[in-house]
Design a protein around this ligand. Sequence first.
Ligand code: SF4
Length: 344
Amino acid sequence: MITRSPALLQRHDEAEPLAPPPAWQAQLAGAIRDPAELCRRLGLDAAWRPGAEAGHALFEVRVPEAFLSRMRPGDPHDPLLRQVLPLGEETLPAPGFVADPLEEAAHTPARGLIHKYAGRVLLIASPACAVNCRYCFRRHFPYGDNAPSRAQWESSLDHLRHDPTIIEAILSGGDPLAASDRQLAWLVERLDAIPHLRRLRIHTRLPVVIPDRIDGGLLDWLGKTRLQKVIVLHINHAQEIDDAVIDACARLKTAGATLLNQSVLLRGVNDSVDALAALSERLFEAGVLPYYLHVLDPVAGAAHFDVPDDQARELVAGLREVLPGFLVPRLVREIPGEGSKTPL
Ligand code: SF4
């Protein structure tokens, strides 16, 4: 079973003085991690249990209460539940669907660091996620080998210091905001001191699944850095954006962050013009620009989410008819070895 334990994150925090954990950490620790519990809490028919157990055995369930609270009880087709409920289909092999669809293992010059695009380097700032999305292209990633430590971050920082062509550091994961503010402040302070770095980009789903993550501790280190800040959220459906998420986005903006969103086109979640248009409109209400709409990366266990390319193009054409251009995300695919995302 793939696990992404928040306990891993605390490894190099062991010497930190004991203090009450922030509220978000308690919510992270209290996330539902039992498929039977997930089914029970949402009032699903018992027939969903065996599939949920089988999928969970491959990639564990993780659903925070704040995300669960936005799902419709008794509806197995709820678009938020679909993203996190393991299904028996995940155990079926599908041609072309593989463990490492983006071949990231081949672009890892130092543990915890991925350098595959010119000018940008991606740091695995945390191996854990607040939510485990069933379609995740990193669901098989060897996070245990890439769990961060101060020594590893020093090595990654050296890579950045010695390559003046790198102007943007991207914090990814897992979810980088699953790391503690103390760890992130330490890391960002050092990134700040690398003169050729201009931008800090953070790819995160935490402000969406646990909006309380955007607290004073986070805004403190984020607001201090001289680097331009871009936060790329990951939201797939308008129903994910409640008032708490809108407030979290507003707080991020007070720290000077530009907010973008990337979605994944998912069968049974957002594969209609209405759903995608509602998402773009709701994102804009939250002060977030739709940026990318990714077609599914062919990761083993996620074939049931796949939407054919022709249908994807038709959906985006439909979006252009009902939305202003700035609310139409770019439809892209990530192809291993390509220097940037490939438009469809
Ligand atoms: S939050 Fe992102 S990295 Fe984590 S499981 Fe979901 S898609 Fe994957």
